[in-house]
Design a protein around this ligand. Sequence first.
Ligand code: NDP
Length: 306
Amino acid sequence: MDKIYDLAIIGAGPAGMTAGIYAKRAGLETIMFENSAPGGKLVKTFEIDNWPGESRVSGVDLALKMYEHTTSLEIETEFVGIKKINNDIIKTLETEDGRTFKAKAVILATGTIENKMEIPNEDRLTGHGVSFCAVCDGAFYKKKEVVVIGGGNSALEEAVYLTQFATKVTIVIRRDVFRADKVAQEHALDHPKISVIRHTVPIAVVGEDHVTAIRLKDLITNEEYDYPTDGIFPYIGATASTTSVAHLNVLDPLGYMIVNEKMASKVPGLYGAGDVCVKPLRQIVTAVSDGAVAAQMAFLYIQSIK
Ligand code: NDP
């Protein structure tokens, strides 16, 4: 018979890893699943300046510290994605490689995945000039020119990061104003290597084997033109990774998981934590808070069904 864990945590980002730490402290037999590198969005973030206690820390370093914390507690971890969570008193988790795991409670902490621009040649030239991770690929653009699409915190922070390598960084936004907070705007807009093209959207990636330009459309004049560039970094928001629970009727219309103040979904024993949830502020500090609450509430739930 399959082993039954107390708690399965899906996703080893800040929310999932914190849940793991709290679950271990509560004595729960816990298994964590991760389909990529531990750290979630942290490993794609150059620098963090709003993590209390560290005025500046690299995302990769913080991810590593959190992961070392979980490994020091010997939290069992499987590096595989979860395809589907079947709801029952004992939940069954189907992995992407065809295995099943059972647990009394589940915390979904799968975060979000970057939105694509959905324009011609984007897929074909991803990895050949189109990149969704400045931290991973920025160094390939030494002495080159790059374009960042989007005006949120991610776009502006990564644009500043790219100035270490690129000679010129152009940010393209579709409105006149940025969505990013004031500090991020100041850092980016004061930078001598950064310029901004406003009320403009990307309509095609241009290039044969590698990106040579991005085709842009000015939304005021309707003019379309090719803007030469060596690299394109889209940072246009993200979509919740919730396909494993899509059949459970626990999502809002945008696909984020609906949870209450105890991080509980309406399915008993199924919790959410971090960016995957409907919430007003997606930050590392709020993700770790969610993880702690979810683990503690899962602990109480497991006690109640014994
Ligand atoms: P956001 O949703 O905040 O911003 C997305 C940006 O992309 C917006 O400027 C949006 O334009 C633009 N956009 C969306 N779709 C398109 C499109 N099809 N074509 C062109 N532009 C488009 O996403 P982020 O990833 O930046 O941030 C996600 C969350 O994470 C936010 O809550 C953010 O605050 C948080 N975050 C916080 C950080 C920090 O505090 N250090 C760092 C990074 C992220 P428009 O504004 O016109 O809709």
